[in-house]
Structures are given as structure tokens and as C-alpha cells.
Design a protein around this ligand. Structure first.
Ligand code: TGC
Ligand code: FAD
Length: 392
């Protein structure tokens, strides 16, 4: 792969709206991605392997629990810093950002928000340092967009719970130490349970043959009469709103992350267009190529402003689920469109692993599907503005 010459676009001087701490956090993440992710990520994606060697570095830049308080090992940062870290990581690769999103928003967040003090003390510091890795089991083979229909269930056996069922498409599952699993009790109410690797009847087979997010490990979570200790139930919230609350946090991070992927594609295409000569001129001198670049930077700038405003609202605890859906949907679509245009600008070189664009483009097919599909987010906006949910 070519050396990482990335220069971040900031067309509207949005940096002026960031604090010194925001910029410091972003610089640390950006430098780390250049040094530790860019040199290895193409190879990892080609081999379809999650590069476990980066776990320690992810922890060191605060990517595991950026907004979890320091007393539990988190970085104690605000929501804009969290967004900026996700942006920089996804600039390197969406699969690496996925690992950080799951660990932070889908594993640490529910334990912090819905767990007991004992659970926080036991799990959060180890998850923040990367000593333990987590996964989040909501989706099932027959229940993806409609998680409320889940059939994974547990029974109260007196001194423990007995868990049965299966989850599918689970990021980090093949190597996770703990899984936050959503299951129905005997009354059909959804609760979160912390399942640990090594519990009898719990297995995590890997899903192979992916053309997308190849540097992220995806798999199943299978529960066959797993005895889960009673103290592993998350007691402080139940119902579908509990997992959906975690998704709000992860989707918010993705709305920033997608900007990173888009910036990388734009920056690569801009540099290439200025250097590539055809018909005796750089291709950047042709109007059709300038149109592509001008539209890319316009869309990136709009997405940056949207994410920043959403971050301000999140910092004030005022961001709604529907606002988050709009940003996730808009920014991921923006990124995938830019990846497709940028790939064309590189001609034949665009399909090779010499450049990051094709990898981003394929990754973004997962990003536009997980954490709620593009269609589902549109319907969330539709339900919000009309008051009429059109899901069912
Ligand atoms: P609905 O009737 O709308 O809601 C059920 C209950 O939940 C409450 N609620 C929320 N609570 C907190 N936060 C939210 N964001 C909430 N949204 C809804 C709601 O008030 C209600 O509460 P109550 O007390 O009245 O029962 O539910 P529905 O069944 O009609 O579904 C709505 C829909 C379709 C929007 C929802 O199911 C949905 O978002 N589906 C998409 C599923 C999804 O996003 N799955 C993601 C799985 S995780 C993943 O993909 C990780 S990828 C790895 C990575 O991040 O990198
Ligand atoms: P379906 O729900 O079957 O949807 C198929 C199509 O139908 C979509 O286009 C959808 O938009 C459309 N559709 C569905 N319902 C409606 C409707 N009411 N109206 C209009 N159109 C509709 N899940 C986890 O729990 N944890 C994870 O860590 C995780 N990681 C993932 C990693 C990867 C790489 C991928 C690909 C997925 C991951 N997922 C994870 C699962 C992901 O959240 C689901 O794939 C997603 O929610 C969609 O579910 P589905 O694939 O079953 O598609």
C-alpha cells in the first residue's frame, strides 16, 4: 500500500469551533492511525484477519470508553472528542472503528448505564484497557431490523439463569471475552445478560466469506443451556429501549466515523488527480473531475457541521434518537457515494489495494446496513416528523 500522506480537509475552518482538548485528542488518534493502522490494514483486510496487535494502541488513544468516567478506566472525555476519535479510526478502516464502537458503546455503555456497581468495577477497567474484549448480541438469524421479535430466552432456575438461543452477525464475537446479550425472560421482557467465555454451552463460531469489513471479526453467539450467574443480569433497564439506548450511542459515533472514511477517499482522489497525467494534463484540470471533487468537499463539509452540532446536543444530553438516525443515515450515504466516485477517479488503480478507496467502499456496505439499515433510519425520521411509525 502507498505511504499514508493523509491531510484532513477543513473547508469551513470548523477547527475554530473545537477546544484545545478536542484537537489534542484528535491529533493523538490521527498520529496513531498513521503509524499503527495504515501500514498493516490492507494486509489484514486481504487476509480477512482482525489485527489483534492494535488492541493496546486503541486503548491508549482512549478509543475504549472515551466518555466513560476515569474512575472506571474510561477516558472521561466529552461526546465531541468521542466523535473525533471515531472519525480518525474510521479514516484508517471502518472495521477497526467497529471494534472500538462495540467495545465502547455496546459493551461498556450498557454495563455503565444499566449495571450494578459491582459489575462496573469488575468489567469496565479491563474493557477500557483492552485486557478483555466485548461483543454485543442483539441481532438473530430471523430478527435483524426487528429485534423486538427475538427468541433468545432465559429461565429462572432459582440459583442461576438458563440461557438458550443464537445471535448472528456479531462483531468481535470470535475473540470476545464477554458478551452483552439481549434475551427474553419467561414473561417475554427483554433484559441484558453478561455472558463470559468459558461458560459451558457458549460458543462463538466465526462468519467467513465476507467482502466487507474484512479486517473485523464477525461471528455468531450460540447459547445451549448456558448457566448464567444471577449477578450477571443488568438490572437497571429492561425492554427493547435498553439495547436501543446503546445503539443511540454507537450510531452517533458512526455519524462521525463515516466522515473519516469519506475524508480519506477525497484526500486520496485529490492527490491522485493532481499527479495523474492524461492527454498531456493532470486529470484534475478536467471539469468532470473537478465536479466530483467539488461535490465531495461540499458533502464532507455539510456532514462535519451536522456531526458537530449533534455532538453539542449530545454533550447537553439533548440529542434525540431521530436526530442521531438522520446523521448516521446522511453521513454514511455521503461516505459511500464519495468512495464510489473517488474509486472511479483512480481508474484501474482504484480497484487495487495500493490505495484505501476500494476497501473503504466495501466496508461502507456494512456500515450502511448495521446499526439500523439505511431504510430503517429513514423510517425513524418519517415516524418522528409524522407521528406515524411505518415499520409494521
Ligand atoms: P418501538 O416500539 O419503536 O420501541 C420499543 C421501545 O423502545 C423505546 N425506544 C427507545 N428507547 C431508548 N432509545 C431509543 N433509541 C429507543 N427507540 C425506541 C420505545 O420508546 C419503546 O419503549 P416502550 O417503553 O414503549 O416499550 O420498537 P419497534 O419494535 O417498533 O422497532 C423500532 C425500530 C425498527 C426503529 C428498531 O427496532 C430499530 O432500530 N431496528 C434496527 C435494529 C438495529 O439497529 N440493530 C443493530 C444491531 S447492533 C449492530 O448492528 C452493531 S454493528 C457493529 C458496530 O457498531 O460497529
Ligand atoms: P433485514 O432486517 O432482514 O433487512 C433486509 C432488508 O429489508 C433491508 O434492506 C431493510 O432495510 C429492509 N427492511 C426490513 N424491515 C423493513 C421495514 N419495516 N420497512 C422497509 N424495509 C425494511 N448485530 C448485532 O447485534 N451486533 C453486532 O455486533 C453486529 N455487527 C454486525 C457486523 C456486520 C459486518 C454486519 C453486516 C451486521 C452486524 N450486525 C450486528 C447486524 C446488523 O445490525 C443487521 O444486519 C441489521 O440490523 C439488518 O438486519 P438484517 O441483516 O437481518 O436485515
Amino acid at each position: 500500500m502507498k505511504p499514508d500522506l493523509f491531510q484532513a480537509p477543513d473547508y469551513y475552518q470548523i477547527d475554530d469551533l473545537l477546544s484545545d482538548e478536542h484537537k489534542m485528542v484528535r491529533t493523538a488518534a490521527r498520529d496513531w492511525v498513521k503509524k499503527e493502522v495504515s501500514p498493516i490494514i490492507e494486509d489484514a483486510a486481504q487476509k480477512a484477519e482482525f489485527p489483534k496487535s492494535i488492541i493496546k494502541g486503541l486503548a491508549e488513544i482512549g478509543a475504549f470508553g472515551p466518555y466513560i468516567p476515569a474512575e472506571y478506566g474510561g477516558a472521561g472525555l466529552d461526546q465531541i472528542s468521542y466523535g473525533l476519535i471515531m472519525q480518525e479510526i474510521e479514516r484508517g478502516d471502518s472495521g477497526v472503528r467497529s471494534t472500538a464502537s462495540v467495545q465502547s458503546s455496546l459493551v461498556m455503555y450498557p454495563i455503565f448505564k444499566y449495571g450494578t456497581e459491582e459489575q462496573r468495577q469488575k468489567y469496565l477497567p479491563k474493557l477500557a484497557s483492552g485486557e478483555w474484549m466485548g461483543s454485543f448480541g442483539l441481532t438473530e438469524p430471523d430478527h435483524g431490523s426487528n429485534p423486538g421479535g427475538m427468541t433468545t430466552n432465559y429461565k429462572d432456575m432459582g440459583d442461576h439463569y438458563l440461557l438458550n438461543g443464537a445471535k448472528m452477525w456479531i462483531s468481535n464475537s470470535p475473540f470476545c471475552d464477554v458478551a452483552v446479550v439481549w434475551a427474553k425472560n419467561e414473561e417475554g421482557r427483554i433484559h441484558g445478560l453478561i455472558v463470559e467465555r468459558g461458560m459451558e454451552g457458549f460458543s462463538t463460531p466465526e462468519t467467513h466469506n465476507k467482502w466487507s469489513l474484512r479486517a473485523s471479526a464477525t461471528g455468531e453467539l450460540i447459547f445451549q443451556d448456558v448457566k448464567v450467574p444471577k449477578e450477571n443480569l443488568l438490572p437497571n433497564k429492561s425492554g427493547l429501549g435498553a439495547p436501543l439506548g446503546c445503539l443511540d450511542s454507537a450510531r452517533y459515533g458512526i455519524s462521525w466515523g463515516a466522515i473519516g472514511a469519506a475524508m480519506d477517499c477525497y484526500d486520496t482522489a485529490l492527490r491522485y488527480a493532481k499527479e495523474r497525467i492524461q492527454f498531456g494534463k493532470p486529470i484534475a484540470s478536467f471539469q468532470l473531475q473537478q465536479k466530483k471533487l467539488a461535490e465531495m468537499i461540499t458533502e464532507i463539509t455539510k456532514a462535519q457541521l451536522m456531526a458537530l452540532r449533534l455532538g453539542q446536543l449530545k454533550n447537553e444530553d439533548r440529542a434525540t434518537t431521530a436526530q442521531i438516525s438522520m446523521a448516521k443515515r446522511n453521513n454514511v450515504e455521503m461516505a459511500i457515494n464519495i468512495a464510489r466516485e473517488a474509486r472511479q477517479m483512480l481508474g484501474g488503480m482504484g480497484i487495487t489495494g495500493e490505495y484505501s478507496i476500494m476497501r473503504h467502499m466495501m466496508n461502507l456496505e456494512s456500515v450502511i446496513t448495521y446499526e439500523g439499515t439505511h431504510d430503517i433510519h429513514l423510517l425513524i425520521t418519517g415516524a418522528d416528523i409524522t407521528g406515524i411509525p411505518a415499520f409494521k
